[in-house]
Design a protein around this ligand. Structure first.
Ligand code: BJW
Length: 245
């Protein structure tokens, strides 16, 4: 079912960089960004809700949207794709897991040192001076205000037009050209600068494996493209690569 060259690459790779997007959490019940969406997603453009301008325009609406998503995420469980990656990380000399997801399902599946490019839904921070702290429970109807400056507190996520955490993005950018294999899972590759990482791998002649339900701009250029659900393909691939386990 899998190309012999792919199984050999997976088996031999000592340094692996994995980039994940919303697709890996789809089988946990978390809707992706660009799929047909329900509720608020269908009535508002993500760019309006996930932007500093959107928050300034209507802090309560954006806060409510994130509070609702956080509530749903907390009820979801990691799926076999998350578990397979955490297992692979344990057996690989160096597997850097870089995610665009804010759901922390990789960590909940047991993955270590996960590089979160777009923040998380577990913390809030001051609109003015940052300083992340734990998300308050029970969740108030309005965003809380900063005890130091009185400005709004907001989810600790990266919105459109905002810089990614520099140290996280730099660590990922440095690891990619050094890798033996770059694996890109469940991302449309439409949002930059995260989408630059697979391109960096291609430029550096690092072999790329893409796993996605649909084809993307990367699919033609990747060494291997596996079309299907990552929650099924990842465990199958790792069982095929490491049959002795
Ligand atoms: C499955 C599956 C299954 C389904 N199995 N697969 C260069 C060119 C053009 C534009 C830009 C550029 N550089 C920057 C920009 C602007 C902008 C941008 O990229 N815009 C594009 C829309 C064009 N980027 C930014 O603004 C970034 N900031 C920035 O560049 O700052 C510059 C700066 C520098 C210095 C100082 C100040 C500023 C920030 C981007 C932040 C993105 N934030 C979000 C929201 C996070 C919080 C939240 O969750 O609400 O991040 S947007 C959203 O998109 C979220 C995601 O992480 C991100 C990526 O989405 P992802 O993961 O790819 O999901 P989908 O839904 O798109 O795709 C899912 C895929 O899964 C699909 O392919 C399915 O087929 C597949 N799938 N089920 C496998 N079971």
């Amino acid at each position: 079912m899998f190309a012999v060259s792919l199984l050999e690459a997976v088996r031999a790779a000592q340094r692996v960089v994995v980039l994940t997007g919303a697709g890996i959490s789809a089988e946990s019940g978390i809707p992706t960004f660009r799929d047909a969406m329900e509720g608020m997603w269908s009535r508002f453009r993500p760019e309006d809700l996930a932007s500093p301008q959107g928050f300034r325009r209507d802090p309560q609406q954006v806060w409510a949207w994130y509070a609702e998503r956080r509530g749903k995420v907390l009820k979801c469980q990691p799926n076999p794709g998350h578990v397979a990656l955490a297992d692979w990380q344990r057996r690989c000399a160096e597997l850097l897991l870089v995610t665009q997801n804010v759901d922390r399902l990789h960590q909940r599946a047991g993955a270590q040192n996960v590089h979160e490019l777009h923040g998380n839904l577990y913390e809030i921070k001051c609109t003015k001076h940052g300083a992340p702290s734990a998300w308050p429970e029970p969740i108030p109807d309005m965003p809380p205000t900063c005890p130091h400056c009185g400005d709004w507190l907001r989810p600790n996520v990266v919105w459109f037009g905002e810089a990614l955490p520099m140290d996280v993005f730099e660590a990922a950018s440095q690891a990619v050209p050094q890798a033996d294999l770059c694996v890109v899972i469940g991302t449309s590759g439409l949002v930059y600068p995260a989408a630059h990482l697979p391109l960096l791998a291609l430029q550096s002649q690092v072999p790329v494996l893409e796993i996605n339900k649909e084809t993307t701009d990367l699919s033609q250029r990747a060494q291997w493209f596996l079309q299907g659900a990552s929650g099924q393909l990842l465990p199958q691939l790792l069982r095929a690569a490491f049959p002795e386990d």
